[in-house]
Design a protein around this ligand. Structure first.
Ligand code: MSP
Length: 640
């Protein structure tokens, strides 16, 4: 085991439904966690919800619910979304958890006792959206930069935390630990902010104004300022102070946030930890915004994109891939559905999907779906240098992912993929096959490509875990094994010669027509660039087709036919169908599959056998691809 790895996301406010921005940070944390599992680290991943404060209270009132009912409802939306996005958080913390509330009071008492909290009257500019005071110089054109409204002047007596006392210490800490805040631009931003004298932090709100919060342990008329409460989730979620999790994981703590909350995480939080005598976290990883038309995607600006809708339209792994590939960590990115479709088609369907189907169809065609034995002398020679290219890709990926440069990690994988596609073109296995002398070379190049695909399947695991497993299965490997461990990816030769490969299933279909927009704020225009499209039909025309679900119960070849298979189906009744898919499927591969049948096609005689219907199949580049169901349905079910 290498060192433990602890990662957190911000805990999200429950005044709005989760959107793509929240999903992005949480998927980042998931990818980072899975990547550390590849490095055999012991990992802990924490996310959750931030449930106290004025804006939560107002949102509850607006819905006619009491605050507890309201926070339970919205918190559940976040909690239930994460498994849908294949996010493997170890714990989900809520600031209304009694154990968290007790720890907030404990830390406050400790800092109060050490003399770092004092009571005073204060008059300042307060943004109700952010629930905090602003200094003049933090405003943009006199307005809060996040909510774009002018803050109100308010005057009240409150408790203050002596942050100023720790300013010099913090500057020194940041200077001595260059990767404490990363990327560097955000480190510089914090250092620039610290050039001005740091004001003390108002850490209480009078109950006469806000009652929904954690009561100060030393004054029952006040509740704790939401940020002082929320930041402590990172330790309460580990069972601070005595929990085993805290002891194991806190020394390795890393946070991920977007730049909107750089100041509380880069300034308040380390100072709070220092004042409470708790070791400081290791890294603060700061990313940019997903924008829509130059503005940050946010609930208050009403331009949000729903993650689940994107998942449902494009598939989860494609969605996760797009988020990781299209945002350079640290910089802003503009969300746009056309770019998502373009990525799916070029990187996933064309580069990876085609490579996978080309290699597997060659194994099927030249070696009857059995992994060939490579020639040891040929493995890393001439155009076959896939072994060294794969090892270089694993090393580059490892380095970039550790530095939180996820898009560069993906580039390393795609370089390998394009190298493999080029290898196929240069080696031209279809020529090698014609000349018996080249049998050893043919076997070796195909074996190398299978090994390369095994390594690609491991490298994509943190970003696209389901696709990684799907590739493994089709490569005849065990998808339940820890196939993605870096140590195993650095080892060449795990694919076993002689192993039989199961039936081929394509990885990523091309998105030909952009579906109706998944994101309400995105342009929904459907490009119509399909060549040779047939004349339009009415719904009544379409309705004349009787499409049914059928299970294939038996299949056999037909003497003297190179293309046809005789297939017995169960679609509520038994039927025989003759189908021209023999070049793409072996009879034993398709038994048990649930397919789509045109049930009311006039019977026709083929090779002397009456065919009672037709199976639907796509004209894929690698041959025919049967239309199959992605979950079981009763034979005979209608398709409409
Ligand atoms: N509750 C505080 C955080 C407390 S952590 C101790 C909060 N909540 S939030 O719901 O507003 O979440 C902000 C975070 O959501 C951002 O830092 C980022 O992680 C994510 N994002 C929200 N909108 C986003 C974008 N448009 N783009 C990228 N990330 C975004 O602040």
């Amino acid at each position: 085991m290498t060192t433990p790895f602890y990662i957190t996301t911000p805990i999200y406010y429950v005044n709005a439904r989760p959107h793509l921005g929240h999903a992005y940070t949480t998927i980042l944390a998931d990818v980072a966690t899975r990547f550390n599992t590849m490095r055999q680290a012991e990992t802990f991943f924490l996310t959750g919800t931030d449930e106290h404060g004025d804006k939560i209270l107002q949102a509850a009132e607006k819905e006619g619910l009491n605050p507890k009912q309201y926070v339970d409802k919205i918190s559940a939306l976040f909690r239930n979304l994460w498994p849908e996005l294949n996010i493997c958080n170890n714990h989900f913390i809520r600031t209304t958890d009694p154990s968290h509330m007790a720890i907030v009071q404990q830390v406050l008492s400790r800092i109060h006792a050490s003399g770092d909290i004092y009571f005073s009257e204060y008059k300042g500019l307060y943004c109700f959206g952010c629930e905090r005071f602003y200094t003049e110089r933090e405003l943009v054109d006199g307005k809060c930069p996040d909510h774009e409204v002018e803050p109100k002047v308010i005057k009240e007596s409150n408790y203050f935390f002596k942050m100023s006392r720790y300013q010099d210490w913090l500057i020194e800490h940041i200077q001595q630990h260059p990767d404490f805040i990363r990327p560097e631009r955000y480190r510089n931003e914090v250092l620039a902010f610290l050039k001005e004298p740091l004001e003390d932090l108002c850490i209480s709100r009078p109950k006469s104004r806000i009652s929904w919060g954690i009561t100060l342990p030393f004054d029952k008329d006040y509740v704790t300022y939401v940020w002082f409460d929320a930041l402590l989730n990172y330790i309460s979620g580990l069972g601070y102070p005595d929990g085993k999790l805290f002891k194991t994981f806190w020394p390795a703590a890393q946070h991920i946030v977007a730049k909107d909350i750089l100041k509380p995480h880069g300034i308040y939080w380390p100072i709070m930890l220092k004042a409470a005598g708790i070791p400081i976290y290791k890294h603060l990883n700061v990313h940019g915004y997903w924008n829509i038309d130059q503005s940050k995607m946010s609930k208050s600006l009403g331009n949000v994109v729903e993650p689940l809708q994107l998942k449902n339209v494009y598939g989860l792994d494609a969605f996760r891939f797009f988020l990781m590939r299209d945002m350079v960590f640290g910089l802003d990115s503009s969300f746009n559905e056309e770019a998502l479709v373009q990525r799916i088609n070029s990187d996933l369907a064309n580069d990876l999907g085609n490579l996978f189907s080309r290699v597997l169809s060659m194994v099927r065609k030249y070696f009857k779906s059995v992994v060939p034995e490579p020639d040891a002398d040929l493995v890393d020679t001439g155009w076959m240098e896939l072994k060294s290219a794969s090892m270089a890709a694993v090393n580059e990926f490892d380095e970039q992912m550790q530095a939180f440069a996820f898009h560069k990690g993906l580039l390393a994988i795609w370089d390998l993929i394009s190298r493999m596609n080029k290898t196929i073109d240069t080696a031209a296995p279809w020529n090698l096959v014609k000349n018996g002398k080249h049998k050893a070379a043919l076997k070796t190049v195909i074996y190398n490509l299978l090994e390369g695909l095994r390594i690609v399947s491991g490298l994509i695991y943190p970003i696209m875990p389901d696709t990684a497993q799907k590739m493994q299965r089709q490569l005849g490997l065990d998808p339940e094994s820890r196939f993605y461990e870096i140590a195993r990816l650095k080892h060449w030769g795990e694919t076993l010669p002689g192993a039989g490969l199961p039936m081929f299933e394509p990885l990523f279909p091309r998105v030909e027509n952009m579906p109706k927009s998944a994101a309400h704020s995105v342009n929904t225009a459907v490009p119509s660039s399909l060549p040779d499209i047939k004349p339009l039909i009415t719904f009544d025309d379409f309705n004349k087709l009787d499409l049914r679900v059928a299970t294939i119960v038996h299949a056999e070849t037909i003497p003297k036919s190179k293309k046809l298979l005789k297939i017995e189906i169960d679609m509520g009744e038994r039927r025989t169908i003759v189908s021209g898919i023999l070049e793409s499927y072996r009879p034993e591969d398709i038994v048990g599959m649930q397919v789509v049948v045109v049930a009311n096609l006039k019977p026709a005689k083929l090779m002397g056998i009456t065919s009672q219907g037709m199976l639907l199949a796509a004209d894929a580049e690698s041959g025919d691809s049967l239309v199959i169901l992605d979950r079981n349905a009763a034979p005979g079910s209608c398709i409409n």
